[in-house]
Design a protein around this ligand. Structure first.
Ligand SMILES: Cc1ncc(COP(=O)(O)O)c(C=O)c1O
Length: 394
């Protein structure tokens, strides 16, 4: 795998792979191959496409530490959450509430709230003491009592804090709760062991660190001890494959996570995903995580040395940080715009976070050194304020 295998915008330093990964050449080839098949075979293409998602499962399973039939590429994070909540959120008696965090990505909260409202239950949010991270004691306190299901992010999308999936899954189970994970910011960046950790279910996307393209099909995991559960949102694509085309009026679910598919998948999008996954199959998550930790450590050192007025809100310990480094600064929005104008692509998250994601597959130390140098120049000259003024005038 070489940096040149990724089409980062020409001449730019791309540090936004935690939002949208750049196009891998293999993804483009596989997508074009699907277009050719469509052109040449039209409906007969389905002979080869029918179980396309299932054929990607071994690669997905390696990504998150699962068995092949525990994972499927389908839907989006939010639609997969709904499919899982419809199946597993069954409030009983007093044990009826949901737990999430005050730092969650909003779509997760919208999904959880829509289910809580149906059931007259609460979504209890684990508070943050500093506005960026979660304290273990607060997570521990929340996973208790009259809660039916907890929903946690593996990596917090703003600060990049990595939660201990194994520990909190065990705690939840000891207290009789089901637990689901949103692995949007860890899939393709941090290895997981969802099967061995006995995670109940999880979702993630493939458009960030996995580089499968804008709106790529998501990922869904259901532990095999739950394979007897019938999906709460059934559709014909989740039917047992061998008999799907018998068109029976009653739903006979597929074995495993495939049962959580609902409608016809986008074969073009699965094509891009197939190509994007090849890098992960080749390198493996252990090597990718090792390199990612080197890069985030290097960036942290540089920021400490060169930008002392900028606060790093990502936890310092390797075991508690994901794949990006979050810098808090009151002018983060203006700095982000000014970096982009200078050929460096970070991203900004309200209210004051500049996120920099040095990705193992295509970034290197020189990218980070240049980024920090440009940030130093901006802070010294104040030129980032001009960028904001110019953007307001337009
Ligand atoms: C942590 C997290 N959860 C959920 C979502 C929403 O994902 P989707 O649009 O695939 O439903 C995102 C999107 O970036 C995210 O970062």
């Amino acid at each position: 795998m070489r940096r040149g295998d990724f089409a980062t915008p020409r001449g730019k330093i791309y540090l936004d792979g935690n939002s949208l990964g750049p196009l891998p050449s293999r993804a483009k080839e596989e997508l074009l191959a699907r277009l050719d098949e469509w052109e040449q075979r039209a409906v007969e293409g389905w002979d080869a496409w029918f179980d396309f998602a299932e054929r990607l499962s071994p690669s997905l399973a390696r990504l998150v530490g699962a068995r092949d039939d525990e994972v499927i590429a389908t839907g989006s994070i939010t639609s997969n959450m709904h499919a899982l909540l419809a199946t597993f959120y069954r409030p009983q008696g007093p044990r009826r509430h949901l737990v999430a965090t005050s730092l969650d990505f909003p779509s997760d909260l919208y999904a959880l709230n829509s289910w809580a409202e149906r059931e007259g239950a609460e979504v209890r949010l684990i508070p943050s003491r500093d506005g960026y991270t979660l304290h273990d004691d607060d997570v521990d306190a929340a996973l208790a009592g009259d809660v039916a299901l907890a929903w946690l992010p593996t990596v917090l999308y703003r600060s990049g804090q990595l939660l201990d999936v194994s520990r909190w899954t065990r705690v939840a189970h000891d207290r009789g709760l089901l637990i689901g994970w949103d692995a949007a910011h860890s899939a393709g960046s941090v290895p997981h062991a969802f099967h061995d950790d006995e995670v109940d279910f999880a979702v993630w996307c493939h458009y960030k660190y996995v580089n499968a393209g804008p709106g790529a099909p998501g990922g869904l995991f259901v532990h095999d001890r739950h394979f007897d559960r019938v999906p709460g949102l059934a559709g014909w694509w989740g039917h047992d494959k061998a008999s799907q085309f018998e068109m029976a009026p009653t739903f006979r679910k597929a074995r495993g996570a495939g049962a959580f598919q609902i409608g016809t998948p986008s074969i073009l999008a699965l094509g891009a995903l197939k190509g994007a996954l090849e890098a992960f199959d080749e390198l493996g998550m252990t090597a990718i995580r090792g390199r990612s930790l080197e890069l985030t450590a290097h960036l942290t050192r540089l920021v400490d040395e060169v930008l002392p007025e900028v606060r790093i809100v990502t936890p310092r310990e390797a075991a508690r940080r994901g794949g990006h480094v979050a810098l808090a600064h009151p002018e983060a929005g203006a700095l982000s715009l000014a970096l982009r104008a200078r050929g460096i692509v970070p991203d900004f998250r309200e209210p004051d976070i500049l996120r920099l994601a040095p990705v193992a597959l295509y970034n290197d130390e020189a990218d980070l050194e240049r980024t920090v140098r440009v940030l130093r120049d901006l802070l010294d000259s104040g030129a980032h304020r001009d960028a904001v003024a110019a953007s307001l005038v337009k």
